[in-house]
Design a protein around this ligand. Structure first.
Ligand code: GDP
Length: 365
């Protein structure tokens, strides 16, 4: 599966948000057999209105959304890269996530201590980012020292890695995160994720606001929005306090509560979709009377790889994929309509999955 780590300074609302996410997931767990919830890891359903539309047309008995994992990463404080707080443990966990949801405190509350005295989300973002950049510099420095020898000894891969790391090191030394490095070759861009640098991961800023600001945002969230835009990053405005209240409501009460607040959907739904959107992923569907289900593959995946997400046997014995695009499925009012209209395509093993594909896989067992 794919996952998103929740980071931020202490007392910004990470745990409140994480608990709301997992509470919602726990409430839904009966429907989702594979939902395991570990102490700091929660799997949540990714809302996708396309799945509901497909299920209506196919009269599916069950709807199973695709899932995204959130990891609550506590312990980041100023000096974490030097081993302060949970230091290394924190950095190790963040190394393993695919993307980062960076929670910023955008609410005033004199009862809740801010580690740096006052509310200033842009400063806080820089504090966290600085720790991550220092950790990356440290890790690059160690690895570059080892590569120099290999590279002198004629190791071509070591030489290429060293050249890439030198570029990244220079960029980080300018106080910029790895994700904003430009001028990399295609080979370097492909290699980059394998270096597992903290600041190479895509980031989503999560502005945690007071209840009254959930629908509108506030002056703090405007500043974060500007910062995010300047970096080409995404941001969402949520109120962790409201989300934890909503998570405890029944569906009917939820809808009413949301409309009272002037919201059309929960902040968690927006957060989950934004987190999913950070990752370079494609959603495909399998639809029938038994169930309508959404699945996830990395961008660029082939039809057999998509089949393999459902079952490894499907990939091993892959013969062909029968495909209807989501748009055709809807326009033709379902599978038989799409077939009649000639919109069902038969694709081979070199077919690249397109977001929204509705698949039937044919395979040998
Ligand atoms: P973490 O350290 O980042 O995990 O922060 P917590 O989730 O533990 O929250 C720290 C404190 O801030 C707790 O007392 C929360 O109840 C409170 N808090 C979290 N979100 C909000 C919010 O949106 N508004 C207000 N007023 N308090 C909040």
């Amino acid at each position: 599966g794919f996952n998103c780590g929740i980071v931020g300074l202490p007392n910004v609302g990470k745990s409140t948000l994480f608990n709301a996410l997992t509470q919602t997931a726990a409430a839904e767990a009966a429907n989702y057999p594979f939902c395991t919830i570990e102490p700091n890891t929660g799997r949540v359903s990714v809302p996708d209105s396309r799945l509901d539309e497909l299920a209506v047309l196919a009269k599916s008995a069950t709807i199973i959304p695709t899932q995204l994992e959130f990891v609550d990463i506590a312990g980041l404080v100023r000096g974490a890269s030097q081993g302060e707080g949970l230091g290394n443990k924190f950095l190790g966990t963040i190394r393993e996530v695919d993307a980062i949801a960076h929670v910023l405190r955008c609410f005033e509350d004199t009862e809740i201590t801010h580690v740096d005295g006052d509310v200033d989300p842009v400063r806080d973002a820089a504090t966290v980012e600085t720790e991550l950049m220092l950790a990356d510099l440290d890790s690059l420095e160690k690895r570059m020292a080892a590569l120099v020898k290999k590279s002198r000894g004629g190791d071509i891969d070591a030489k290429a890695d060293l050249a890439l790391m030198e570029k990244l090191f220079a960029h980080l030394s300018d106080g910029k995160p790895v994700r904003s490095t430009d001028g990399l070759t295609d080979a370097e861009t492909l290699r980059l994720p394998y270096l597992q640098l903290l600041t190479s991961k895509p980031v989503l800023y999560v502005c945690n606001v007071a209840e009254g600001d959930a629908a509108t945002g506030n002056d703090y969230t405007k500043l974060v929005a500007e910062k995010a835009a300047s970096e080409g990053a995404a941001h969402v405005v949520v109120s962790a306090a409201i989300e934890s209240e909503i998570a405890q409501l029944e569906d009917d009460d939820k809808a009413e509560f949301l409309s009272e607040l002037g919201l059309s959907e929960t902040g968690l739904s927006r957060l989950i979709r934004a987190g999913y959107g950070l990752l370079d992923l494609l959603t495909f569907f399998t639809v029938g009377p038994k169930e309508a289900r959404a699945w996830t593959v990395a961008a660029g995946a082939s039809a057999p790889q998509a089949a393999g997400v459902i079952h490894t046997d499907f990939q091993r014995g892959f013969i062909r994929a029968e495909t209807i695009s989501f748009a055709d499925y809807i326009a033709c009012q379902g599978e038989s309509g799409a077939k009649d209209a000639g919109k069902l395509r038969v694709e081979g093993s070199d077919y690249k999955v397109v977001d929204g594909d509705v698949f039937h896989f044919r395979f040998n067992v």
